[in-house]
Design a binder for this molecule. Structure first.
Ligand SMILES: *[C@@H]1O[C@H](CO)[C@@H](O)[C@H](O)[C@H]1NC(C)=O
Ligand SMILES: *[C@@H]1O[C@H](CO)[C@@H](O)[C@H](O)[C@H]1NC(C)=O
Length: 404
């Protein structure tokens, strides 16, 4: 059986001619919400899922493309049932999972759950190691659309296995392959397909093989909601931009807009950089408590359209003549990437406030001529051969240059 799945997978790879799973899932970075940052284990409930789904509609987020309501760790009971099945915690899911999924589907939205490649999830709930097919069958029977797969309690040279292994017995690919095989097999016959999100914390250079295994992959350890996280994750997105493409995207982790540890301008840069690097846009915040200024950031249609551009190519850094070289771990000022109808330029005051200018002829994808452009945070627009903005510390400007 294992053998035939491998053959099936090879056939899919050969048929597609590329690395991506090519099952039509994840052709654009996914957009949605995840429960973890809101109230950790307590938010893994029907109440939070349905409340957030309602907010997606009442706040106009659904209309902008936010779609997935993803429940993170702690949704099940601590033990499987007598036949080895996962059991939704009845205190959190009084009518089970399927009733909630049906309701969310009825609202035109999608529903996600969380599991783990090891023996337990990070919070100590049942993991899927050795149970992959049975667990996928349960997800399919409930109509689940998305599966985040964490990396806790995976095979380790330490005994007993720790939550976070520092000395794994194998490349993470081996821990993720059985779930990938189960999902590929399910997606080949179900109309309701699962998005497989690899959460191996960027280990084993997951960006080099992630598209063979899933539809998106976390390329770093968690975003802790502080500026240091935005710097650490945002700066490392530049070097791996080439791996993102329709069907498989670098996942820079949840958007911590509204975190008390970052200010307004840092929140704008956080959202803007995640958008242009084609990260999934997954809100990690309580929509009941969102401020109007943060709502304006996450509802910036210009930035969302850039993120969702069908070309699916991530922006990366470029170095204009005379500019300093990028510094490790710091957010470089100059970013650009292709769009189906233009080029996006990101200007980040990542290390100092000041005037940031570029001549279009120095931007990859543009040439020595006049273009029309529009800035997405201020709404400014213009036409010319260059742009120039005064930018406050840790703020950002995102300029769409039209080439059509
Ligand atoms: C892990 O395995 C993948 C797939 O075979 C390979 O591309 C990658 O280089 C490996 N990573 C490490 C660190 O061994
Ligand atoms: C944020 O940026 C605005 C304008 O771009 C500026 O007026 C404000 O002082 C900045 N705030 C901080 C905390 O740097």
């Amino acid at each position: 059986m294992k053998y035939s799945q491998d053959i099936l997978f090879s056939a899919i790879l050969l048929a597609s001619g590329t690395a991506a799973l090519k099952d039509g899932v994840g052709l654009k970075p996914h957009m949605g919400w995840s429960s973890w940052n809101v109230a950790q284990c307590n938010a893994a409930s029907a109440r939070y899922a349905l409340d957030t789904a309602n907010k997606f509609i009442s706040l106009g987020l659904k209309d902008l493309g936010y779609q997935y309501i993803n429940i993170d760790d702690c949704w099940s009971t601590k033990n499987r049932d007598g036949s080895g099945k996962l059991v939704p915690d009845p205190s959190k899911w009084p009518n089970g999972i399927k009733a909630v999924v049906d309701q969310i589907h009825g609202m035109g939205l999608k529903f996600g759950l969380y599991g783990c490649a090891g023996t337990q999830t990070c919070a100590g709930y049942p993991g899927s190691e050795g149970r992959e097919k049975s667990d996928v069958a349960q997800l399919v029977s409930w109509g689940v659309d998305f599966w985040k797969y964490d990396n806790c309690y995976t095979p380790c040279r330490q005994n007993p296995r720790p939550q976070t292994c520092q000395n794994p017995t194998a490349n993470t690919t081996q821990f993720y392959a059985p779930m990938r095989d189960a999902i590929v097999a399910a997606n080949a016959k179900e109309t309701n397909k699962l998005h497989f999100n690899l959460c191996n914390w960027g280990r084993d250079q997951v960006w080099t093989w992630g598209a063979n295994y899933g539809h998106s992959w976390r390329m770093s350890v968690d975003n802790w909601g502080d500026w240091a996280s935005v710097e650490r994750i945002g700066s490392s997105a530049a070097g791996i931009h080439q791996y993102s493409a329709p069907g498989g995207f670098n996942d820079l982790d949840m958007l911590y807009i509204g975190s008390s540890k970052i200010n307004e301008n840092q929140s704008k840069l956080h959202f803007g950089l995640w958008a242009i690097t084609k990260s999934p846009l997954v809100l990690g915040l309580d929509l009941n408590k969102i401020s109007s200024s943060h709502l304006a950031i996450i509802k910036n249609k210009g930035l969302i359209d850039i993120n969702q551009d069908p070309l699916g190519k991530a922006a990366t850094t470029f170095r204009p003549p005379g500019a300093a070289a990028p510094a490790q771990g710091k957010i470089y000022p100059y970013w650009a990437g292709p769009l189906s109808d233009g080029v996006v330029i990101g200007l980040c005051a990542g290390t100092s406030a000041g005037k940031y200018s570029v001549n279009f002829k120095d931007v990859p994808g543009l040439s020595d001529r006049t273009y029309t452009w529009k800035e997405m945070f201020t709404g400014q627009s213009g036409s010319g051969t260059s742009i120039s903005f005064d930018i406050s510390l840790h703020d950002m400007r995102v300029i769409k240059v039209s080439t059509t």
